[in-house]
Design a protein around this ligand. Structure first.
Ligand SMILES: Cc1cc2nc3c(=O)[nH]c(=O)nc-3n(C[C@H](O)[C@H](O)[C@H](O)COP(=O)(O)O)c2cc1C
Length: 192
């Protein structure tokens, strides 16, 4: 585990809207692991933060959007726990990013995915690409991908996926620390 760092502000966002979500269990495990790194570690569950569909206009004024954007802009790293729907992250995850846009600039982002089968393992790539290209996020290249086999009968995570989730937290926090130090001072590098 990365050394305790009270200045670090990790955030997990659980994007499933399903009351019996498996990715929410991944999010809770990650939040627990991140609390060992920083007492500031936060968990936001979109089931408790209803959001409007992004319309590129009035939706930005919804009461939940500004606090969410602030939490995102203050955090690093950010772990997105997402369900895989139709070979992609679910619409709620994409909608969250559409609503909060620039708050994501320069973040280290990791993914925790719950899926029905192994075949959809590349499903977060379009969201990852958009975060990377739109907002210059640093995407943790090895993400957690859990299917039903990774959960015990009582719904808890099995040992393999618990270990993988903890590993992702270590990697993401380590990268966030290094990324902060590696950023060029503003104005020193031409933007492209
Ligand atoms: C509308 C819908 C589409 C889905 N599409 C996929 C898919 O493309 N690939 C896959 O592996 N699983 C798919 N699944 C299964 C979900 O990924 C699986 O149920 C997962 O546990 C959902 O995450 P959650 O439990 O956190 O909500 C789909 C499920 C739903 C409801």
């Amino acid at each position: 585990m990365v050394a305790y760092n009270p200045a670090m502000n990790p955030l997990v966002i659980s994007c499933s809207l399903n009351p019996e979500s498996r990715s929410a269990s991944l999010a809770r495990q990650a939040h627990g692991a991140l609390q060992k790194v920083s007492a500031e570690a936060k968990l936001i569950d979109l089931r408790q933060t209803p959001l409007p569909m992004c319309d590129g206009g009035p939706a930005y004024q919804h009461q939940s959007v500004a606090p969410l954007a602030t939490a995102i802009s203050q955090a690093n790293p950010i772990l997105l726990a997402v369900p895989v729907y139709n070979y992609d992250a679910n619409a709620a995850a994409k909608n969250l990013i559409e609503l909060t846009g620039r708050a994501w600039t320069g973040k280290v982002v990791g993914f925790l995915c719950a899926a029905g089968g192994q075949g959809s393992y590349m499903s977060v790539m379009s969201l990852a690409n958009s975060l990377m290209l739109d907002f210059r996020c640093l995407i943790v290249p090895r993400f957690v991908y859990a299917t039903g086999d990774h959960f015990n009968d009582d719904g808890s995570l099995n040992d393999t996926i618990t270990r993988r989730t903890d590993e992702l937290c270590v990697t993401a926090t380590g990268l966030a620390e290094a990324w902060g130090q590696a950023q060029a001072p503003a104005g020193r590098v031409e933007s492209n």
